[in-house]
Ligand binder design. Structure first.
Ligand code: SAH
Ligand code: DHB
Ligand code: MG
Length: 217
């Protein structure tokens, strides 16, 4: 797969549409310095999340899987005054880097980084959230989607990252827990009458993957 070409096109798009951003660059640099994996959304994807949040007029945003807070910065910047972003992270080091990055971006007051396994912290949350971004461990996507639905209202948008996995999603025999999680999620979604959903395949600097978008009826 020509990931070099996709990366070059991502750079071309970013050069055109995504002006240099010291807070986002500093967040990525801090993540790398702390040894966190480079698996955040790309800049064009971060901007997509922000545009979606603005389009749904999100005042309350839920993120599952914070890492260094890169996608959280994109999302939190979409919030109106008085809005809030709750982002769930299991790894204490990731949460600490993320809190510092959010503060560095001037978003400490808007963003609430909750440390703990998402399945433990989700039951403590009060919804509804206007937008949920599911981007943690893929084996639990089905449960995270259930929680996102529970914490939604009609018109809420739920976005799920990494649902194509280089096409591995086609393999019904895959032993990979991530693929199994995505496939179980897709089976749920196929019979879920409470949402209207689609999945869009993506290529870019992160390779070949995709997002599911689900709007709550
Ligand atoms: N949304 C981020 C990337 C998240 S990477 C961005 O685009 O910038 C996935 C994150 O989910 C990692 O930080 C990982 O530690 C976290 N994670 C994994 N399992 C988790 C769980 N059970 N509960 C909460 N977070 C989890
Ligand atoms: C991984 C996780 C992600 O959320 C992602 O977008 C890419 C990779 C990972 O765990 O490898
Ligand atoms: Mg992801």
């Amino acid at each position: 797969m020509p990931i070099e070409l996709w990366t070059e096109v991502d750079r071309y798009i970013a050069d055109l549409l995504l002006p240099p951003d010291p807070a986002l660059d500093a967040a990525q640099a801090a993540a790398a310095a702390a040894g966190l994996p480079a698996i955040s959304v790309s800049a064009p994807q971060g901007k997509l999340l922000q545009l979606l949040a603005r389009t749904v007029g999100a005042r309350d945003i839920l993120e599952i899987g914070t890492l260094a807070g890169y996608s959280a910065i994109w999302l939190a910047r979409a919030l109106p005054p008085g809005g809030r972003l709750v982002t769930l992270e299991a790894d204490p080091k990731h949460a600490e880097v993320a809190r510092a990055n959010m503060a560095g971006a001037g978003l400490a007051g808007l963003a609430d980084v909750r440390l703990g396994k998402a399945l433990d912290t989700l039951p403590t949350l009060t919804g509804p959230f206007d937008l949920s971004f599911i981007d943690a461990d893929k084996a639990n996507i089905p449960d995270y989607f259930d929680w996102a639905l529970k914490l939604s209202r009609p018109g809420s948008l739920i976005v799920v990252d990494n649902v194509v996995r280089g096409g591995a999603v086609l393999d019904g025999q895959s032993p990979d827990p991530s693929v199994k999680g995505v496939r179980r999620f897709n089976a749920m979604l196929a019979v879920e009458t409470r949402v209207s959903a689609t999945t869009i395949q993506t290529v870019g600097s992160k390779g070949y993957d995709g997002f599911t978008l689900a709007r709550v009826n």
